[in-house]
Design a protein around this ligand. Structure first.
Ligand code: ACM
Ligand code: ZN
Length: 558
Protein backbone atom coordinates (compact mmCIF):
# COMPACT_ATOMS: atom_id res chain seq x y z
CA UNK A 1 0.00 0.00 0.00
CA UNK A 2 2.69 2.37 1.08
CA UNK A 3 4.85 1.51 -1.92
CA UNK A 4 2.05 1.98 -4.39
CA UNK A 5 1.21 5.35 -2.81
CA UNK A 6 4.85 6.37 -3.17
CA UNK A 7 4.85 5.20 -6.77
CA UNK A 8 1.78 7.19 -7.62
CA UNK A 9 3.20 10.25 -5.87
CA UNK A 10 6.39 9.85 -7.90
CA UNK A 11 4.32 9.49 -11.08
CA UNK A 12 2.43 12.65 -10.14
CA UNK A 13 5.68 14.51 -9.58
CA UNK A 14 7.02 13.45 -12.98
CA UNK A 15 3.73 14.43 -14.56
CA UNK A 16 3.71 17.88 -13.01
CA UNK A 17 7.34 18.47 -13.94
CA UNK A 18 6.43 17.60 -17.49
CA UNK A 19 3.40 19.87 -17.40
CA UNK A 20 5.58 22.64 -16.04
CA UNK A 21 8.23 22.22 -18.70
CA UNK A 22 5.59 22.17 -21.39
CA UNK A 23 3.93 25.31 -20.10
CA UNK A 24 7.24 27.10 -20.08
CA UNK A 25 7.52 26.47 -23.80
CA UNK A 26 4.63 28.79 -24.55
CA UNK A 27 4.68 32.57 -24.37
CA UNK A 28 1.67 34.79 -23.80
CA UNK A 29 2.03 36.38 -27.23
CA UNK A 30 -0.87 37.39 -29.49
CA UNK A 31 -0.69 36.90 -32.41
CA UNK A 32 1.57 33.92 -31.80
CA UNK A 33 4.77 34.02 -33.89
CA UNK A 34 5.46 31.45 -36.61
CA UNK A 35 8.51 29.95 -34.86
CA UNK A 36 9.38 30.20 -31.19
CA UNK A 37 12.25 28.38 -29.48
CA UNK A 38 12.65 29.09 -25.81
CA UNK A 39 15.89 28.39 -23.97
CA UNK A 40 16.85 28.87 -20.35
CA UNK A 41 17.89 32.20 -18.91
CA UNK A 42 16.74 35.78 -19.29
CA UNK A 43 17.94 39.13 -20.58
CA UNK A 44 17.67 42.26 -18.46
CA UNK A 45 16.01 44.96 -20.57
CA UNK A 46 16.01 47.85 -18.10
CA UNK A 47 18.95 50.10 -18.84
CA UNK A 48 20.00 48.03 -21.86
CA UNK A 49 21.52 50.10 -24.67
CA UNK A 50 19.79 50.29 -28.06
CA UNK A 51 22.24 49.84 -30.93
CA UNK A 52 20.88 50.37 -34.39
CA UNK A 53 22.73 49.71 -37.64
CA UNK A 54 22.87 52.95 -39.69
CA UNK A 55 21.74 50.83 -42.67
CA UNK A 56 18.34 50.37 -41.01
CA UNK A 57 15.76 52.55 -42.80
CA UNK A 58 14.99 55.96 -41.30
CA UNK A 59 11.40 55.19 -40.28
CA UNK A 60 12.50 52.03 -38.47
CA UNK A 61 15.26 53.96 -36.70
CA UNK A 62 12.70 56.47 -35.47
CA UNK A 63 10.40 53.69 -34.22
CA UNK A 64 13.34 52.02 -32.43
CA UNK A 65 14.44 55.32 -30.87
CA UNK A 66 10.90 55.93 -29.60
CA UNK A 67 10.83 52.42 -28.16
CA UNK A 68 14.09 53.11 -26.30
CA UNK A 69 12.52 56.25 -24.82
CA UNK A 70 9.43 54.28 -23.80
CA UNK A 71 11.50 51.60 -22.12
CA UNK A 72 13.61 54.23 -20.32
CA UNK A 73 10.49 55.95 -19.01
CA UNK A 74 8.66 52.83 -17.92
CA UNK A 75 11.61 50.85 -16.51
CA UNK A 76 13.04 53.89 -14.73
CA UNK A 77 16.52 53.18 -16.18
CA UNK A 78 17.92 55.00 -19.18
CA UNK A 79 18.37 52.99 -22.37
CA UNK A 80 20.59 54.94 -24.76
CA UNK A 81 19.96 54.92 -28.51
CA UNK A 82 22.93 55.04 -30.91
CA UNK A 83 23.66 54.12 -34.53
CA UNK A 84 27.28 52.90 -34.45
CA UNK A 85 29.04 52.39 -37.78
CA UNK A 86 30.08 48.75 -38.35
CA UNK A 87 27.46 47.47 -35.93
CA UNK A 88 26.33 44.58 -38.12
CA UNK A 89 29.85 43.11 -38.29
CA UNK A 90 30.48 43.51 -34.55
CA UNK A 91 27.10 41.97 -33.78
CA UNK A 92 27.93 39.08 -36.09
CA UNK A 93 31.14 38.56 -34.12
CA UNK A 94 29.13 38.54 -30.90
CA UNK A 95 30.79 41.69 -29.63
CA UNK A 96 27.76 43.85 -28.95
CA UNK A 97 25.65 43.87 -25.81
CA UNK A 98 22.10 45.13 -25.39
CA UNK A 99 19.56 45.58 -28.17
CA UNK A 100 20.99 45.22 -31.65
CA UNK A 101 18.80 46.17 -34.61
CA UNK A 102 20.09 45.30 -38.07
CA UNK A 103 18.69 45.37 -41.60
CA UNK A 104 18.37 41.99 -43.30
CA UNK A 105 17.43 42.27 -46.95
CA UNK A 106 16.75 38.54 -47.18
CA UNK A 107 13.61 39.05 -45.10
CA UNK A 108 10.34 40.03 -46.79
CA UNK A 109 8.21 43.04 -45.87
CA UNK A 110 6.79 42.60 -42.36
CA UNK A 111 9.03 39.65 -41.57
CA UNK A 112 11.37 39.84 -38.55
CA UNK A 113 13.48 37.78 -36.22
CA UNK A 114 14.40 38.21 -32.57
CA UNK A 115 17.18 36.35 -30.80
CA UNK A 116 17.40 36.89 -27.08
CA UNK A 117 20.44 35.64 -25.15
CA UNK A 118 21.63 36.58 -21.69
CA UNK A 119 23.78 39.28 -23.33
CA UNK A 120 21.83 40.71 -26.22
CA UNK A 121 18.57 41.01 -28.10
CA UNK A 122 19.26 40.82 -31.82
CA UNK A 123 16.43 42.05 -34.01
CA UNK A 124 16.39 41.79 -37.78
CA UNK A 125 13.95 43.11 -40.35
CA UNK A 126 14.06 44.44 -43.87
CA UNK A 127 11.60 47.29 -43.51
CA UNK A 128 9.57 49.53 -41.22
CA UNK A 129 6.74 46.99 -40.91
CA UNK A 130 9.02 44.18 -39.78
CA UNK A 131 10.60 46.55 -37.26
CA UNK A 132 7.19 47.60 -35.88
CA UNK A 133 6.07 43.99 -35.52
CA UNK A 134 9.32 43.05 -33.76
CA UNK A 135 8.81 45.92 -31.32
CA UNK A 136 5.21 44.87 -30.61
CA UNK A 137 6.41 41.33 -29.91
CA UNK A 138 9.18 42.60 -27.62
CA UNK A 139 6.67 44.74 -25.71
CA UNK A 140 4.49 41.69 -25.13
CA UNK A 141 7.52 39.85 -23.70
CA UNK A 142 8.10 42.66 -21.19
CA UNK A 143 6.19 43.58 -18.04
CA UNK A 144 2.81 45.17 -18.75
CA UNK A 145 4.21 48.45 -17.37
CA UNK A 146 6.04 48.97 -20.69
CA UNK A 147 2.69 50.08 -22.17
CA UNK A 148 2.22 52.77 -19.53
CA UNK A 149 3.60 56.23 -19.04
CA UNK A 150 5.17 55.91 -15.57
CA UNK A 151 8.22 54.18 -14.24
CA UNK A 152 7.63 50.85 -12.52
CA UNK A 153 10.96 49.96 -10.97
CA UNK A 154 9.47 46.99 -9.13
CA UNK A 155 8.45 45.16 -12.28
CA UNK A 156 10.62 42.27 -13.41
CA UNK A 157 12.40 43.86 -16.38
CA UNK A 158 13.70 40.59 -17.77
CA UNK A 159 12.61 38.81 -20.91
CA UNK A 160 13.14 35.10 -21.60
CA UNK A 161 15.95 33.87 -23.82
CA UNK A 162 14.13 32.98 -26.97
CA UNK A 163 14.54 32.75 -30.71
CA UNK A 164 11.59 34.02 -32.75
CA UNK A 165 11.12 33.95 -36.51
CA UNK A 166 7.94 35.57 -37.64
CA UNK A 167 6.03 36.85 -40.65
CA UNK A 168 2.39 37.57 -41.39
CA UNK A 169 0.23 34.98 -43.14
CA UNK A 170 -1.95 37.55 -44.94
CA UNK A 171 -0.94 40.93 -46.33
CA UNK A 172 -4.36 42.48 -45.68
CA UNK A 173 -5.24 42.41 -41.99
CA UNK A 174 -8.21 44.70 -41.64
CA UNK A 175 -10.56 46.17 -39.11
CA UNK A 176 -13.57 48.25 -40.15
CA UNK A 177 -15.30 51.01 -38.25
CA UNK A 178 -18.65 52.58 -39.03
CA UNK A 179 -18.34 56.24 -38.00
CA UNK A 180 -21.55 57.17 -39.80
CA UNK A 181 -24.35 55.56 -37.76
CA UNK A 182 -22.57 56.87 -34.70
CA UNK A 183 -19.74 59.35 -34.76
CA UNK A 184 -16.43 58.71 -33.01
CA UNK A 185 -14.01 61.52 -32.25
CA UNK A 186 -10.49 61.82 -33.65
CA UNK A 187 -9.10 60.71 -30.27
CA UNK A 188 -11.41 57.69 -30.19
CA UNK A 189 -10.37 56.72 -33.71
CA UNK A 190 -6.72 57.04 -32.68
CA UNK A 191 -7.27 54.77 -29.69
CA UNK A 192 -8.87 52.25 -32.08
CA UNK A 193 -5.80 52.48 -34.34
CA UNK A 194 -3.51 52.01 -31.32
CA UNK A 195 -5.04 48.69 -30.39
CA UNK A 196 -5.05 47.56 -34.02
CA UNK A 197 -1.32 48.28 -34.23
CA UNK A 198 -0.61 46.37 -31.01
CA UNK A 199 -2.00 43.24 -32.65
CA UNK A 200 -0.31 43.82 -36.02
CA UNK A 201 -3.40 44.77 -38.03
CA UNK A 202 -2.56 46.96 -41.01
CA UNK A 203 -5.73 48.12 -42.79
CA UNK A 204 -8.30 50.49 -41.29
CA UNK A 205 -11.51 50.38 -43.33
CA UNK A 206 -13.19 53.65 -42.46
CA UNK A 207 -16.92 53.68 -43.23
CA UNK A 208 -17.60 57.39 -43.63
CA UNK A 209 -20.93 57.80 -45.39
CA UNK A 210 -24.39 56.48 -44.69
CA UNK A 211 -28.10 57.22 -44.78
CA UNK A 212 -27.71 58.48 -41.21
CA UNK A 213 -24.76 60.82 -41.73
CA UNK A 214 -22.00 61.97 -44.09
CA UNK A 215 -18.79 62.30 -42.07
CA UNK A 216 -16.13 63.40 -44.57
CA UNK A 217 -15.56 67.05 -45.41
CA UNK A 218 -15.28 67.55 -49.17
CA UNK A 219 -14.33 71.03 -50.36
CA UNK A 220 -16.27 70.71 -53.60
CA UNK A 221 -19.50 69.72 -51.83
CA UNK A 222 -19.68 71.52 -48.46
CA UNK A 223 -23.36 70.70 -47.93
CA UNK A 224 -22.46 67.02 -47.65
CA UNK A 225 -21.28 67.66 -44.12
CA UNK A 226 -23.09 70.91 -43.27
CA UNK A 227 -26.47 69.31 -44.04
CA UNK A 228 -25.69 65.61 -44.44
CA UNK A 229 -23.51 65.46 -41.33
CA UNK A 230 -26.43 65.88 -38.92
CA UNK A 231 -29.76 64.18 -38.26
CA UNK A 232 -32.69 65.56 -36.29
CA UNK A 233 -33.05 62.54 -34.06
CA UNK A 234 -32.32 58.85 -33.67
CA UNK A 235 -34.65 55.89 -33.20
CA UNK A 236 -34.68 54.54 -29.65
CA UNK A 237 -33.54 50.97 -29.08
CA UNK A 238 -35.23 48.63 -31.55
CA UNK A 239 -38.38 50.72 -31.94
CA UNK A 240 -38.31 51.68 -35.62
CA UNK A 241 -41.17 54.14 -35.23
CA UNK A 242 -39.52 56.06 -32.39
CA UNK A 243 -37.39 59.21 -32.49
CA UNK A 244 -35.48 60.72 -29.58
CA UNK A 245 -35.70 64.15 -31.25
CA UNK A 246 -32.09 64.94 -30.37
CA UNK A 247 -29.98 66.48 -33.12
CA UNK A 248 -26.96 64.23 -33.66
CA UNK A 249 -23.94 64.37 -35.90
CA UNK A 250 -20.43 65.47 -36.66
CA UNK A 251 -17.82 65.06 -39.34
CA UNK A 252 -14.08 64.94 -39.89
CA UNK A 253 -12.43 67.97 -41.45
CA UNK A 254 -9.80 67.30 -44.08
CA UNK A 255 -7.15 68.40 -41.60
CA UNK A 256 -8.42 65.81 -39.13
CA UNK A 257 -8.51 63.16 -41.85
CA UNK A 258 -4.88 63.91 -42.72
CA UNK A 259 -3.97 63.71 -39.05
CA UNK A 260 -5.61 60.28 -38.77
CA UNK A 261 -3.93 59.06 -41.97
CA UNK A 262 -0.55 60.19 -40.59
CA UNK A 263 -1.22 58.67 -37.17
CA UNK A 264 -2.21 55.36 -38.74
CA UNK A 265 0.79 55.40 -41.07
CA UNK A 266 3.20 55.82 -38.15
CA UNK A 267 1.69 52.61 -36.79
CA UNK A 268 1.96 50.69 -40.06
CA UNK A 269 -1.74 51.06 -40.87
CA UNK A 270 -3.24 52.17 -44.20
CA UNK A 271 -6.57 53.98 -44.02
CA UNK A 272 -9.05 52.78 -46.66
CA UNK A 273 -12.05 55.10 -46.84
CA UNK A 274 -15.46 53.87 -47.91
CA UNK A 275 -17.90 56.02 -49.85
CA UNK A 276 -20.92 53.74 -49.89
CA UNK A 277 -22.79 54.07 -53.20
CA UNK A 278 -25.26 54.12 -54.93
CA UNK A 279 -27.36 53.00 -51.93
CA UNK A 280 -26.94 54.18 -48.34
CA UNK A 281 -26.90 57.75 -49.71
CA UNK A 282 -29.76 59.53 -47.92
CA UNK A 283 -27.45 61.96 -46.14
CA UNK A 284 -26.00 63.04 -49.51
CA UNK A 285 -29.50 63.27 -50.99
CA UNK A 286 -30.61 65.49 -48.09
CA UNK A 287 -27.84 67.87 -49.17
CA UNK A 288 -28.26 67.45 -52.94
CA UNK A 289 -31.87 66.32 -53.60
CA UNK A 290 -31.47 66.78 -57.35
CA UNK A 291 -29.38 63.57 -57.34
CA UNK A 292 -32.36 61.40 -56.32
CA UNK A 293 -35.01 59.81 -58.55
CA UNK A 294 -37.87 61.94 -57.17
CA UNK A 295 -35.93 65.09 -56.36
CA UNK A 296 -36.89 64.81 -52.69
CA UNK A 297 -37.08 66.50 -50.33
CA UNK A 298 -34.96 64.05 -48.36
CA UNK A 299 -33.95 63.95 -44.71
CA UNK A 300 -30.86 62.45 -43.09
CA UNK A 301 -32.29 59.20 -41.78
CA UNK A 302 -33.15 58.83 -38.10
CA UNK A 303 -33.69 55.08 -38.19
CA UNK A 304 -31.61 52.04 -39.11
CA UNK A 305 -32.24 49.73 -42.03
CA UNK A 306 -32.09 49.87 -45.82
CA UNK A 307 -33.60 52.90 -47.51
CA UNK A 308 -35.32 52.65 -50.91
CA UNK A 309 -34.15 56.19 -51.63
CA UNK A 310 -30.82 55.94 -53.45
CA UNK A 311 -28.78 57.92 -55.99
CA UNK A 312 -30.44 58.29 -59.40
CA UNK A 313 -28.17 57.17 -62.25
CA UNK A 314 -30.75 58.59 -64.66
CA UNK A 315 -29.54 62.12 -63.81
CA UNK A 316 -26.28 63.12 -65.51
CA UNK A 317 -25.54 65.30 -62.46
CA UNK A 318 -25.16 62.09 -60.41
CA UNK A 319 -22.15 61.02 -62.48
CA UNK A 320 -20.63 64.49 -62.23
CA UNK A 321 -21.13 64.30 -58.46
CA UNK A 322 -19.59 60.84 -58.17
CA UNK A 323 -16.60 61.92 -60.22
CA UNK A 324 -16.13 65.04 -58.07
CA UNK A 325 -16.49 63.14 -54.79
CA UNK A 326 -14.24 60.23 -55.72
CA UNK A 327 -11.55 62.46 -57.25
CA UNK A 328 -11.32 64.47 -54.04
CA UNK A 329 -11.33 61.29 -51.93
CA UNK A 330 -8.56 59.84 -54.10
CA UNK A 331 -6.48 63.00 -53.64
CA UNK A 332 -6.99 62.97 -49.88
CA UNK A 333 -6.25 59.31 -49.11
CA UNK A 334 -2.88 57.83 -50.17
CA UNK A 335 -4.29 54.28 -49.97
CA UNK A 336 -3.97 52.08 -53.04
CA UNK A 337 -7.60 51.01 -52.50
CA UNK A 338 -10.79 53.04 -52.17
CA UNK A 339 -13.96 51.21 -51.04
CA UNK A 340 -17.03 52.16 -53.08
CA UNK A 341 -19.67 50.13 -51.22
CA UNK A 342 -22.21 48.67 -53.61
CA UNK A 343 -24.21 46.86 -50.91
CA UNK A 344 -27.92 46.90 -50.21
CA UNK A 345 -29.12 49.13 -53.04
CA UNK A 346 -32.85 48.53 -53.59
CA UNK A 347 -33.97 49.02 -57.18
CA UNK A 348 -37.59 49.99 -56.44
CA UNK A 349 -37.10 53.66 -57.30
CA UNK A 350 -35.08 52.96 -60.44
CA UNK A 351 -37.87 50.70 -61.72
CA UNK A 352 -40.31 53.61 -61.48
CA UNK A 353 -38.03 56.49 -62.43
CA UNK A 354 -38.40 57.77 -66.04
CA UNK A 355 -34.81 59.05 -66.04
CA UNK A 356 -33.40 55.70 -64.90
CA UNK A 357 -35.55 53.81 -67.41
CA UNK A 358 -34.43 56.15 -70.19
CA UNK A 359 -30.78 55.41 -69.39
CA UNK A 360 -31.49 51.67 -69.22
CA UNK A 361 -33.01 51.86 -72.72
CA UNK A 362 -30.16 54.00 -74.06
CA UNK A 363 -27.56 51.54 -72.71
CA UNK A 364 -29.58 48.58 -74.03
CA UNK A 365 -29.70 46.94 -70.61
CA UNK A 366 -32.13 44.04 -70.34
CA UNK A 367 -33.28 41.55 -67.74
CA UNK A 368 -31.70 38.16 -68.28
CA UNK A 369 -31.32 34.95 -66.29
CA UNK A 370 -28.44 36.43 -64.28
CA UNK A 371 -29.74 39.83 -63.30
CA UNK A 372 -32.30 42.55 -63.91
CA UNK A 373 -31.78 45.57 -66.15
CA UNK A 374 -31.68 47.68 -62.97
CA UNK A 375 -28.92 45.49 -61.55
CA UNK A 376 -26.94 46.01 -64.75
CA UNK A 377 -27.54 49.73 -64.25
CA UNK A 378 -25.86 49.44 -60.84
CA UNK A 379 -22.92 47.65 -62.53
CA UNK A 380 -22.74 50.62 -64.92
CA UNK A 381 -22.50 53.03 -61.95
CA UNK A 382 -19.87 50.92 -60.18
CA UNK A 383 -17.78 50.60 -63.34
CA UNK A 384 -17.95 54.36 -63.89
CA UNK A 385 -16.64 54.91 -60.35
CA UNK A 386 -13.94 52.28 -60.81
CA UNK A 387 -12.74 54.04 -63.99
CA UNK A 388 -12.67 57.43 -62.25
CA UNK A 389 -10.53 55.96 -59.49
CA UNK A 390 -8.30 54.00 -61.84
CA UNK A 391 -7.49 57.23 -63.63
CA UNK A 392 -6.32 58.45 -60.23
CA UNK A 393 -4.13 55.35 -59.86
CA UNK A 394 -6.46 53.61 -57.40
CA UNK A 395 -8.07 50.20 -57.18
CA UNK A 396 -11.57 49.63 -55.87
CA UNK A 397 -13.09 47.35 -53.27
CA UNK A 398 -16.82 46.65 -53.18
CA UNK A 399 -19.15 44.55 -51.01
CA UNK A 400 -20.05 41.18 -52.53
CA UNK A 401 -23.24 42.54 -54.15
CA UNK A 402 -20.95 43.91 -56.88
CA UNK A 403 -20.77 40.32 -58.17
CA UNK A 404 -24.44 40.46 -59.18
CA UNK A 405 -24.71 41.08 -62.93
CA UNK A 406 -21.35 42.11 -64.40
CA UNK A 407 -18.18 43.03 -62.58
CA UNK A 408 -15.35 44.98 -64.15
CA UNK A 409 -11.91 43.41 -64.14
CA UNK A 410 -9.61 44.63 -61.38
CA UNK A 411 -12.24 45.11 -58.65
CA UNK A 412 -11.68 43.45 -55.26
CA UNK A 413 -14.64 41.77 -53.60
CA UNK A 414 -15.30 42.04 -49.89
CA UNK A 415 -17.28 38.94 -48.96
CA UNK A 416 -19.68 39.79 -46.14
CA UNK A 417 -22.78 37.62 -46.68
CA UNK A 418 -20.84 34.56 -45.59
CA UNK A 419 -17.99 33.31 -47.74
CA UNK A 420 -19.97 32.29 -50.85
CA UNK A 421 -19.36 35.60 -52.62
CA UNK A 422 -15.65 35.41 -51.88
CA UNK A 423 -15.39 31.83 -53.12
CA UNK A 424 -17.27 32.72 -56.31
CA UNK A 425 -15.15 35.84 -56.88
CA UNK A 426 -11.89 33.91 -56.43
CA UNK A 427 -13.10 31.32 -58.96
CA UNK A 428 -13.83 34.17 -61.38
CA UNK A 429 -10.30 35.50 -60.87
CA UNK A 430 -11.03 38.47 -58.60
CA UNK A 431 -9.13 39.33 -55.45
CA UNK A 432 -11.08 38.84 -52.24
CA UNK A 433 -11.13 40.08 -48.68
CA UNK A 434 -12.97 37.69 -46.39
CA UNK A 435 -15.20 39.38 -43.84
CA UNK A 436 -18.08 36.94 -43.38
CA UNK A 437 -20.83 38.17 -41.07
CA UNK A 438 -21.10 34.79 -39.35
CA UNK A 439 -17.50 35.13 -38.06
CA UNK A 440 -16.64 38.80 -38.18
CA UNK A 441 -19.64 41.05 -37.60
CA UNK A 442 -18.59 42.36 -34.23
CA UNK A 443 -21.94 44.10 -33.74
CA UNK A 444 -23.36 40.64 -32.92
CA UNK A 445 -23.81 39.47 -29.32
CA UNK A 446 -20.78 37.85 -27.66
CA UNK A 447 -22.79 35.71 -25.25
CA UNK A 448 -26.20 34.11 -25.16
CA UNK A 449 -27.02 36.06 -22.04
CA UNK A 450 -28.46 38.88 -24.13
CA UNK A 451 -30.38 40.29 -21.16
CA UNK A 452 -27.11 41.30 -19.57
CA UNK A 453 -25.26 42.35 -22.69
CA UNK A 454 -25.51 45.84 -24.15
CA UNK A 455 -28.19 45.98 -26.85
CA UNK A 456 -26.76 44.53 -30.07
CA UNK A 457 -28.07 44.04 -33.58
CA UNK A 458 -28.61 40.32 -32.92
CA UNK A 459 -26.68 37.17 -33.79
CA UNK A 460 -24.29 35.22 -31.61
CA UNK A 461 -20.58 35.51 -32.18
CA UNK A 462 -18.43 34.32 -29.27
CA UNK A 463 -14.70 34.93 -29.40
CA UNK A 464 -14.07 31.23 -30.00
CA UNK A 465 -16.05 31.41 -33.25
CA UNK A 466 -13.97 34.39 -34.45
CA UNK A 467 -10.94 32.24 -33.76
CA UNK A 468 -12.17 29.27 -35.76
CA UNK A 469 -12.41 30.79 -39.25
CA UNK A 470 -10.56 29.16 -42.13
CA UNK A 471 -10.07 31.78 -44.87
CA UNK A 472 -9.18 29.09 -47.43
CA UNK A 473 -12.18 26.86 -46.84
CA UNK A 474 -13.55 25.77 -50.25
CA UNK A 475 -10.82 27.76 -52.05
CA UNK A 476 -8.70 25.57 -54.35
CA UNK A 477 -4.95 25.85 -53.68
CA UNK A 478 -4.31 27.50 -57.05
CA UNK A 479 -6.85 30.24 -56.21
CA UNK A 480 -5.72 30.94 -52.67
CA UNK A 481 -3.51 33.81 -53.78
CA UNK A 482 -6.74 35.71 -54.52
CA UNK A 483 -7.55 35.81 -50.79
CA UNK A 484 -5.77 39.02 -49.84
CA UNK A 485 -6.77 38.71 -46.22
CA UNK A 486 -9.37 38.86 -43.52
CA UNK A 487 -11.22 41.68 -41.78
CA UNK A 488 -13.84 42.15 -39.06
CA UNK A 489 -16.52 44.81 -39.32
CA UNK A 490 -17.93 46.98 -36.58
CA UNK A 491 -21.26 48.52 -37.55
CA UNK A 492 -22.48 51.01 -35.00
CA UNK A 493 -26.27 51.31 -35.24
CA UNK A 494 -26.55 50.04 -31.68
CA UNK A 495 -23.19 51.35 -30.45
CA UNK A 496 -23.58 54.96 -29.29
CA UNK A 497 -20.46 55.22 -27.12
CA UNK A 498 -16.76 54.54 -27.35
CA UNK A 499 -16.94 52.40 -24.21
CA UNK A 500 -19.42 50.08 -25.89
CA UNK A 501 -17.42 50.17 -29.11
CA UNK A 502 -14.36 48.82 -27.31
CA UNK A 503 -16.49 46.22 -25.53
CA UNK A 504 -17.68 44.87 -28.88
CA UNK A 505 -14.19 45.03 -30.41
CA UNK A 506 -12.27 43.34 -27.62
CA UNK A 507 -11.17 40.66 -27.23
CA UNK A 508 -12.73 39.43 -30.50
CA UNK A 509 -10.24 41.49 -32.51
CA UNK A 510 -7.47 39.48 -30.84
CA UNK A 511 -9.02 36.26 -32.15
CA UNK A 512 -9.21 37.90 -35.59
CA UNK A 513 -5.55 38.88 -35.46
CA UNK A 514 -4.43 35.27 -35.04
CA UNK A 515 -6.50 34.24 -38.08
CA UNK A 516 -4.89 37.08 -40.04
CA UNK A 517 -1.36 36.48 -38.82
CA UNK A 518 -0.79 32.84 -37.83
CA UNK A 519 -0.37 29.78 -39.95
CA UNK A 520 -3.15 27.27 -39.14
CA UNK A 521 -0.70 24.96 -37.35
CA UNK A 522 0.18 27.78 -34.94
CA UNK A 523 -3.38 28.46 -33.94
CA UNK A 524 -4.43 26.91 -30.65
CA UNK A 525 -7.48 28.24 -28.87
CA UNK A 526 -6.43 27.00 -25.42
CA UNK A 527 -3.02 28.69 -25.72
CA UNK A 528 -4.67 31.86 -27.09
CA UNK A 529 -7.24 31.96 -24.30
CA UNK A 530 -4.56 31.67 -21.62
CA UNK A 531 -2.52 34.43 -23.25
CA UNK A 532 -5.56 36.70 -23.40
CA UNK A 533 -6.71 36.12 -19.84
CA UNK A 534 -3.25 35.96 -18.22
CA UNK A 535 -1.51 38.76 -20.06
CA UNK A 536 -3.41 40.62 -22.78
CA UNK A 537 -6.28 41.67 -20.51
CA UNK A 538 -3.70 43.26 -18.19
CA UNK A 539 -2.32 45.29 -21.08
CA UNK A 540 -5.82 46.40 -22.08
CA UNK A 541 -6.55 47.30 -18.45
CA UNK A 542 -3.45 49.44 -18.17
CA UNK A 543 -4.29 51.23 -21.42
CA UNK A 544 -7.86 51.85 -20.33
CA UNK A 545 -9.65 49.75 -22.95
CA UNK A 546 -13.06 48.35 -22.15
CA UNK A 547 -13.49 44.70 -23.15
CA UNK A 548 -15.86 41.79 -22.77
CA UNK A 549 -14.85 39.08 -20.28
CA UNK A 550 -17.10 36.45 -21.87
CA UNK A 551 -14.03 34.40 -22.79
CA UNK A 552 -13.79 33.66 -19.05
CA UNK A 553 -17.36 33.96 -17.83
CA UNK A 554 -19.31 32.61 -20.81
CA UNK A 555 -17.07 30.32 -22.84
CA UNK A 556 -18.81 29.44 -26.09
CA UNK A 557 -21.50 26.91 -25.32
CA UNK A 558 -22.21 25.64 -28.79
C1 ACM B 1 -23.09 45.34 -45.12
O1 ACM B 1 -23.10 44.81 -44.01
N1 ACM B 1 -24.17 45.94 -45.59
C2 ACM B 1 -21.91 45.34 -45.95
ZN1 ZN C 1 -33.78 57.55 -61.17
Amino acid sequence: MKISLMLSLAALAVFSLEACAKQEKVLNLVPYPQEVTISSGTFKVSGAAFNCDPAVDARSQEAIRKFSVRLSTTSGKVSTFTTPVGLAASAEAGKVKGFVFTADETLSSGEYSIEVSGKSVKVRSSDFYGTLYAIETLKQLMPVAVYGSKADENANWHIPCVSIKDAPRFGYRGMHLDCARHFFSVDEVKKYLDVMAMYKLNRFHWHLTEDQGWRLELKKYPELTLIGGFRDGTMIGKDFSSDDGIRYGGYYTQEQVKEIIRYADERGITVIPEIDLPGHMLAALAAYPQLGCTGGPYKVWKRWGISDEVLCPGKPATFEFLKGVLSEVADLFPSEYIHIGGDECPKTEWEKCPDCQRLIAKLGLKDDKNASAEQYLQNYVMTFCQKVLEEKGKKVIGWDEILEGDLEEGATVMSWRGTAGGIKAAKMGYDVIMTPNSYYYLDYYQTKDTENEPLAIGGYLPVEKCYSFDPYESIAPELQHHILGVQANLWTEYIPSNEQLEYMLLPRMLALCEVQWCKPENRDYARFKTAVTDHQFKILDLLGYNYCKAIVEHPADE
